[in-house]
Write a protein that binds this ligand. Structure first.
Ligand code: ADP
Ligand code: MG
Length: 312
């Protein structure tokens, strides 16, 4: 069977049609109809085997996560996703129904969850499995940017931080991790991102570590922050670790895909009144342009480096 028919068979009808799709897979380009008064929001992310996911990840999990990380980028702007495009570079050894079939299934399952359609892509052979996904979304009001943090804003996160990092550490040590699903199946905070439009002043998704990702907001906004480490939500298994270990996972570990945002105290009140306590205060924006870490009311010294992509 030719590689093309293999790809076509698994991807052509992998996902449900989205109402915006005029032309989907099968022609030279896909064509989408953007609703009136909406802006197109787009992003692209590449995942390389062994670098962005452990090489023992299942094909299903690889497909799932490749989409999840892109939807998370759209979530961090408050956009509503509608389609993805997939560029797949596949080693010859993986050009088989077994791999492509479950990869496509993982991808399709998360797409279905978020009402997203795979509308096109490209396929090539290469030595290393590489997946590049472009995600498309729309935004009706102003998207939430990194550069809008204001002095006095509360810093909030959308959920537990550090779980994926703990799981990765255990996997790399050859242990079976009970938290592996945090690493393989991150849940992009799409609905929450959209709710925060009109409330939050700045936002980012936590992909490279809370320390580094918050620093991106601070740099873009020209402000600083006090971060209260004991306020950061985390699972019990992390809470029980020594502080240095715990902070390493929470601040420098990647792959959480929670949202980190800043919001005025007035808007925080209004937001929680409307939606409940679904965002968790962990700090405060200050004028002095540095990131101050506090634990139990005391300033602590801890080096933030985040996930390093080019380390050689
Ligand atoms: P072209 O040579 O014009 O780039 P291709 O043969 O690469 O066309 O692709 C034919 C059709 O199949 C296109 O509509 C393209 O979007 C789709 N396609 C190819 N590879 C993939 C893929 N990995 N996932 C989804 N659609 C794909
Ligand atoms: Mg092509």
């Amino acid at each position: 069977m030719s590689e093309f028919s293999l790809i076509y068979r698994h991807f052509a009808n992998a996902t449900n049609r989205h109402t915006s799709t005029v032309i989907g897979i099968g022609d030279d380009c896909a064509v989408s109809q953007i609703p009136a008064n909406h802006q197109l929001v787009s992003c692209v992310d590449t995942l390389v085997a062994g670098r962005h996911f452990p090489i023992d990840s299942t094909p299903y999990a690889i497909g799932y996560k490749s989409v999840a990380v892109n939807l998370s980028d759209l979530a961090s702007m408050g956009a509503s996703p509608f389609a993805i495009l997939l560029a797949l570079s596949l080693p010859k050894s993986l050009a088989c129904d077994e791999f492509v079939g479950s990869f496509a299934q993982g991808m399709a399952d998360i797409c279905t969850k978020f009402g997203v359609e795979l509308i096109g892509g490209d396929s090539t052979q290469s030595d290393v499995l590489t997946i590049t996904i472009t995600a498309l979304g729309t935004c009706q009001k102003q998207p939430i940017r990194r550069n809008g943090a204001m002095v006095g804003d509360m810093i909030c996160v959308s959920g537990e931080i550090g779980s994926a990092s703990l799981a990765l550490k255990q996997c790399l040590a050859g242990q079976k991790s009970p938290w592996r699903h945090h690493l393989d199946y991150p849940m992009p905070q799409v609905a929450l991102g959209q709710k925060l439009v009109g409330f939050a002043n700045s936002m980012i998704d936590v992909s490279d570590g809370l320390g580094q990702d918050l620093q991106h907001i601070l740099n873009a906004s020209g402000v600083g922050a006090k971060l209260y480490l004991d306020k950061i939500p985390c699972m019990d298994a992390l809470r029980q670790l020594d502080n240095d270990d715990k902070w390493q996972h929470m601040l420098n570990g990647g792959d959480d895909y929670q949202l980190c945002l800043t919001i005025s105290p007035q808007n925080f009140e209004a937001f929680t009144k409307q939606y409940g306590r679904i965002i968790h205060p962990v700090g405060q924006i200050i004028a002095q342009q540095d990131l101050q870490l506090y634990h139990d009311g005391h300033l602590v010294d801890f080096a933030i480096h985040g996930w390093v992509h080019f380390d050689d």
